[in-house]
Design a protein around this ligand. Structure first.
Ligand code: BGC
Length: 395
């Protein structure tokens, strides 16, 4: 990634790091900038694209201005039930939208792009008044979203940015670059790389290339780790370091597992120690952990993750996964429900990032929630005391 982009992202990450988290109204008030305000103060090139996004967002908001908050149907398109987090996202959205008075049309697409497209077509045909979409392939929704735009149905991209379409009004997610930074810095700390320790062996697993987030996670982590790879303090025995080589289609546990099994048999079956595995999320971490349990006899490596899925928290407690990144899906849902109401009533929409998320048609005004580091020492406070899980869930 180009330096300029990295520094932009870092500044964004720092700004967001100052927030207490999603839905904190005081910090939102201070940090929230309307897309239009950002457009006028930003550098000319960015201003043009932010202005374009602001215009389309404003158009959608105006067209929906007649609609009231808390009435009508909200279409919620989720990628798959296979991964725990999307079940939580879907049910949190449904519960909170219904509590606010909306009817909810919640659909899961089994990670199949054409299923998701036809679900969204139905939402448009049924006259849903606003769409909230967590895409499977961020670049495959242009045609169906053009239909939504033609009917003045606003679209909010949920967690994953929808690419190459000007039909998207707003985006809400967690700070994806910061997720990667947390993972990279954890490996840096655990191995003592800053103190000059090493060399250590590391392998890298990231996510689906069609998911815009995957590149952010990878960049955040690699911006921390790459200097050590270059200096030889981190060695990637497989030689697989480029995004395309370490991506995992559909974030599949099985795909990650079989890639890790191949790597173990080629590079670590002779007693060579694997010191760390950077995994961008919990589903890939689970595959790596399964492969290691079956075929690796050395000292257990440092393994990162993201989402605090139950199976991974159990592995954290059992010492098989070192950390995860907690993204409280209740908070993201709360923010998006608020956004839905603001868009439908034509109110100013809370956003706190108007520069980092360009979907190819311009910068989409974004609300970033704050991801939080989790490990076996703080999971009880984060996950159980907060009511996210019960003790029994993690037995
Ligand atoms: C989400 C992650 C999730 C991954 C796989 C990403 O877009 O941000 O939280 O682990 O998809 O579902």
């Amino acid at each position: 990634m180009k330096k300029q982009v990295i520094s932009t992202l870092l500044v964004g990450a720092m700004a967001v790091g100052m927030l207490a988290g999603c839905g904190d109204s005081t910090s939102t008030g201070a940090a929230a900038t309307s897309a239009a305000a950002a457009a006028s103060s930003a550098a000319p090139a960015a201003a043009t694209s932010a202005a374009a996004a602001a215009t389309s967002a404003a158009a959608a908001a105006t067209s929906a201005a007649a609609a009231a908050a808390g009435t009508g149907t909200v279409g919620v398109a989720m990628p798959t039930k296979d991964l725990q987090r999307w079940n939580q996202d879907g049910s949190n959205m449904k519960d909170q939208l219904e509590a606010a008075g909306y009817t909810v049309d919640l659909q899961y697409a089994n990670n199949d792009v054409s299923t998701q497209v036809s679900q969204i077509e139905n939402m448009v045909a049924n006259g849903d008044q606003i769409l909230v979409i967590a895409s499977i392939d961020g670049s495959s929704l242009g045609t169906v979203l053009a239909e939504a735009k033609a009917k003045n149905i606003p679209v909010i991209a949920y967690d994953r940015l929808i690419m190459q379409t000007d039909a998207v009004s707003y985006y809400a997610t967690f700070d994806n670059y910061k997720v990667g930074t947390i993972q990279g810095q954890y490996i840096e700390d655990q191995l003592g790389l800053k103190d000059g320790k090493g060399p250590f062996n590391i392998e890298i697993f990231t996510g689906d290339p069609a998911d815009n987030n995957a590149q952010f996670f990878y960049n955040g982590a690699m911006d921390v780790l790459k200097p050590y790879i270059t200096s030889g303090k981190l060695v990637v025995k497989s030689g697989q370091t480029e995004f395309a080589d370490v991506a995992t289609a559909n974030w599949s546990t099985e795909t990650a597992q079989s890639r890790m099994e191949n790597i173990i048999s080629s590079y670590y079956s002779d007693g060579t120690t694997l010191d760390a595995v950077l995994c961008s999320n919990d589903s890939t971490a689970l595959g790596v952990e399964n492969a290691l349990s079956g075929a690796y006899n050395g000292t257990w490596p440092v393994i990162t993750g993201q989402d605090c899925d139950m199976a991974n928290v159990k592995n954290m407690i059992a010492g098989k996964q070192s950390m995860s990144v907690f993204k409280d899906t209740r908070e993201l849902a709360k923010q998006v429900v608020k956004m839905v109401g603001q868009v439908l009533t034509g109110a100013t929409v809370d956003v706190n990032n108007t520069k980092d998320y360009d979907n190819g048609t311009g910068v989409i005004p974004t609300y970033l929630c704050d991801p939080v580091f989790a490990d076996k020492d703080n999971y009880k406070t984060l996950l159980i005391d907060s009511g996210y899980y019960t003790e029994a869930d993690l037995q």
